[in-house]
Design a protein around this ligand. Sequence first.
Ligand code: SF4
Length: 410
Amino acid sequence: MVAPPRSAYLHIPFCHKRCFYCDFSIIPLGDSAQSPDSPGITSINSYLDLLHREISISPKGPALSTIYLGGGTPSLLKKNEVGDLLKNLQRKFGFQDGAEITMEVDPATFFENDLDGYIGIGINRFSLGAQAFDDSTLASIGRKHNRSQLIEACDWVNNLFKKGMLRSWSLDLIQNLPGLNLSKWIKELEQAVSTEAPHLSIYDLTIEPDTVFGRLHKKGKLNIPIDSESQKIDFETTRLLKSRGFARYEISSYSLPGHASRHNRMYWSGSGWWGFGMGATSAPWGERFSRPRTIAGYKKWLEQQESQTLEKTLSIEKSKSMPLDELLMIGLRRREGIHLEELAKNAGWTQKKCDKNLKSLEKFWLNSINEGFLLRHNGRYFLSDPKGMQISNQILIQMFLWWDSLDRDQ
Ligand code: SF4
């Protein structure tokens, strides 16, 4: 069983509109959230009521050390709405001194004084959803903001950081977007570094079937970089960011010294976390649990939990630890990788079972080890950067083939 959770994720599902690549659990509001009694505002109010109710019926746990408000677009909430959510969480769990409290914010949804307001109610880290700087790229992926709004937003956040009002901040970019090539990407990266963000999250574009991009891709109309170009893009990301002092502490996360996200690191360490809200996943005791992805489904689920107690639902899996294949999958994303035997024992394996099965995983990984994609040191396995990180999926597939070959009853 994993240690009791010390982290919480709150899902704020509202967005202005759906970006072309996104299949998250969100509610697009359009321009319907402008005046106090408009449909968008009513929808936000009803959702916040559900979220507060879910926090209130959650089991108790130790004081939180990381809190993350993600979405969606949490910066569509007013500071008192965010403040009330934090107060409710604090009443339930308490916050540790120095807790990292991150809020995702999107350009074109806030002004500088809004950020001041969020800091005033306890936010100490912002994650700014840039995705791209180039205006035509931003338009082609369906983002609401443009380049000048993004640069202005970066300046506002960085000024607050330099004044010591934030412990850190992060910028998100997506690599391998349609129309991108190596020289355009280098400009994007240079621009990201010039914002002085001490943390960068660089995600690979994933094509999800039920999105605008999914449909275009199916028709062969999505001009994404071919494999050889995307490999060059990935190599250049690592090379350029390392040359500017960033460490790649996880496949998609780069930070200057002292700015790795504690909340991110919690996810990849296999620790448990609380999750609240429509579509949110939690894993308080190791096993993952996902809430319904629609507002109607979430409301119905919550009403059932209120009558039968959420504690019971979440505690059903209390005696199980996270399965070893999941621990391996998430642990391998980190720069420090995994200690195979330690993880297996954490997952409840006996020494006899380790001796019998772990050697055979090495056989599945042999080619990756020989090619230098997967490195070994004192029982610890980790992906080489960038070669191994770039083909992490292949190494995980080899691990899942091993997992399927096991007689797990023994
Ligand atoms: S802003 Fe973020 S969550 Fe909202 S639609 Fe775009 S990518 Fe999805």
